[in-house]
Design a protein around this ligand. Structure first.
Ligand SMILES: [Zn+2]
Ligand SMILES: [Zn+2]
Ligand SMILES: [Zn+2]
Length: 178
């Protein structure tokens, strides 16, 4: 099992997983008629590596090393394209700053994500318990639910383990970084 493997083995496994999912993302992009440019690949890799919510400025900063002088309009265009394909999702924010995160399970059906408001880490929540709400709406409002949006926020396992941590501001209030 992975648990008993060395750090190096674990890293290798993680790398393979990353490559496998990269293929899925590229297939999805092609399905939607998107060009898969080196910058698009780099943005996907950046989100997979970070595993957190990122804003366009952070994405641009992450691309600088590989693509010196890459402009924000290019970054916005790539992010929007990836979001249209369902590869990236937008994090809802009260400050209206656009932030994105990547779905790591494209093959899963309808599901949700957990966002850590302390470190921004994103986890897959392969579950939806909306049936009761749907039934409620049907019964009491005589209406039909067609879609819903659910953003689950809290403290990830790591942040939750640190005792005495000052109550963090919700993700939605984080000042813009970088
Ligand atoms: Zn997902
Ligand atoms: Zn749902
Ligand atoms: Zn966290």
């Amino acid at each position: 099992m992975l648990v008993s493997g060395s750090g190096r083995q674990r890293a290798a496994v993680a790398r393979i997983d990353q490559n496998m999912s990269a293929d899925l993302y590229i297939a999805r992009l092609k399905q939607h008629g998107h060009r898969v440019t080196p910058k698009v690949r780099a943005v996907i890799a950046l989100f997979l590596k970070s595993g957190t919510v990122l804003d366009p400025f952070e994405v641009r900063a992450g691309l600088q090393k590989q693509f010196k002088g890459v402009g924000l309009p290019t970054v916005y265009r790539i992010l929007e394209g990836l979001a249209r394909c369902g590869i990236l999702l937008t994090a809802a924010n009260e400050d209206r700053q656009l932030r994105y995160y990547i779905c790591r399970d494209l093959e899963a059906g309808h599901h949700h994500h957990f966002l850590c408001r302390q470190c921004g880490q994103v986890e897959e929540v392969n579950l939806c318990l909306m049936e009761e709400v749907t039934q409620y709406v049907k019964r009491h409002l005589k209406a039909r639910v067609e879609s819903h949006f659910l953003q689950i926020e809290g403290l990830c396992a790591r942040c939750n383990r640190q005792p005495g941590i000052p109550a963090p501001e919700p993700l939605t209030h984080h000042p813009h970084k970088g």
